[in-house]
Design a protein around this ligand. Structure first.
Ligand SMILES: Cc1cc2nc3c(=O)[nH]c(=O)nc-3n(C[C@H](O)[C@H](O)[C@H](O)COP(=O)(O)O)c2cc1C
Length: 367
């Protein structure tokens, strides 16, 4: 069924197609029977897949990656598709249009996208209004960023505004320092910037937790384009500031295997199949450094049960998809979850949590 929908959506320019799909999902709660139709597509819940990570019980490990629902407008629709959690945003403090169009490009020959959206955002107030209209209450992460006009020296203020506004509305907060499409943003990976940012955010988070008697997890979303030295220094900050998790990774400015294509010269971040190996390798390197002390959310090029399992094998506790959903459709959620379940059973295990635990204690070969 999705092959027909995809043919229609792919007749439109990528951003129009994307907006149409989002509108359909956002309208689903208002159309009688639509949410239950989507839930039927997702199939039955998977009893082996609930997993406790960052103090949160996820119904399954597969999440929607940030950037698909930047406005928090289609939570009910996405939740009906069977995701274990949704990462919404990136949301910036004030509304902003993002970069001029065209800013999203399909690389269909390689199941990939290049985007330079530049944090098009409705801003915190409208985002929260949207979120409060939702009927369902899935596990929600909110991904926060800075406005384009805010100089990098004042970026901390934007993140503090984001954290304060959303603290009470989500299960975890993702600090996005890794979009390649906001000038200087990736500078926040550097030692001095990251120290300032994380000191301020941890302090504010402590105040909010005291006031609201509720701990909300905080994770950092990082770039796949870090060299060994930078990755080591980011790792040391994750440990020093005791972040609850790390999302690996955002899109890449590299063009692995695409150099011969004219479209690869479009500026922006590459996602989808060509990112898969880089992001998996980064999960592996980070897991080796962190030794399970901080959970990893693996994202980049997941488009099948095999590529999802690969991220879990490399050290991820949770996984996310974005581009795979565009190329393979909502059915992919069910395909991935059923495939993970089958692999757990094939290992003679009964649940994901224990499978990962045993594999990481070298009691079980996951491959
Ligand atoms: C069009 C588009 C917009 C995105 N916007 C955001 C964003 O606002 N914030 C963010 O943290 N990541 C954003 N991402 C990155 C994704 O969350 C994800 O990290 C990346 O696409 C790799 O996963 P994938 O290969 O499954 O797409 C965006 C990706 C795409 C394709």
């Amino acid at each position: 069924m999705y092959s027909l929908a995809r043919r229609l959506l792919f007749c439109l320019d990528p951003e129009t197609g994307h907006r149409l799909a989002l509108r359909i999902l956002a309208a689903a709660p208002k159309v009688p029977g639509a949410l239950s139709l989507l839930s039927r597509m997702a199939g039955a819940p998977h009893p082996t897949l609930p997993i406790q990570v960052m103090g949160i019980r996820f119904p399954n490990p597969l999440g929607l990656a940030a950037g698909f629902d930047k406005q928090g407008a289609a939570v009910d629709g996405f939740s009906a598709l069977g995701f274990g959690f949704l990462e919404l945003g990136t949301v910036t403090p004030l509304p902003q249009p993002g970069n001029p169009r065209p800013r999203l490009f399909r690389v269909s020959s390689h199941d990939a996208l290049i985007n330079r959206m530049g944090f098009n955002s409705v801003g915190l107030s409208a985002f929260l209004r949207n979120l409060r209209r939702t009927q369902r209450r899935p596990i929600i992460g909110i991904n926060i960023g800075k406005n384009a006009v805010t100089p990098i020296e004042s970026a901390v203020d934007d993140y503090l505004a984001g954290l304060t506004a959303i603290y009470d509305e989500c299960d975890y907060i993702a600090i996005n320092i890794s979009s390649p499409n906001t000038r200087d943003l990736r500078m926040l990976h550097s030692d001095s910037h990251l120290d300032r940012l994380l000191t301020a955010l941890k302090e504010r988070k402590r105040e909010l937790a005291d006031r609201q008697h509720r701990q909300v997890a905080m994770v950092l979303k990082i770039s796949p384009d870090l060299d060994d030295g930078s990755l080591k220094s980011v790792t040391s900050k994750l440990l020093r500031y005791r972040l609850d998790g790390v999302v690996v990774s955002n899109t890449t400015t590299e063009r692995p295997g695409l150099r011969e294509l004219a479209i690869s010269r479009e500026a922006g971040g590459l996602s989808g199949a060509p990112l898969r190996a880089t992001s998996t390798e980064m999960v592996r390197r980070l897991y080796a450094e962190l030794q399970g002390k901080i959970p990893i959310i693996g994202v980049g090029g997941i488009d099948s049960a095999e590529s999802a399992w690969e991220k879990l094998q490399a050290g991820a506790d949770l996984i996310q998809i974005y581009t795979g959903l565009i190329y393979h459709g909502p059915h992919l959620v069910r395909v991935i979850l059923s495939g993970i379940e089958q692999r757990i059973h094939a290992l003679g295990c009964t649940d994901l949590q224990r499978t990962l635990h045993r594999a990481r204690a070298d009691e079980l070969p996951m491959s």
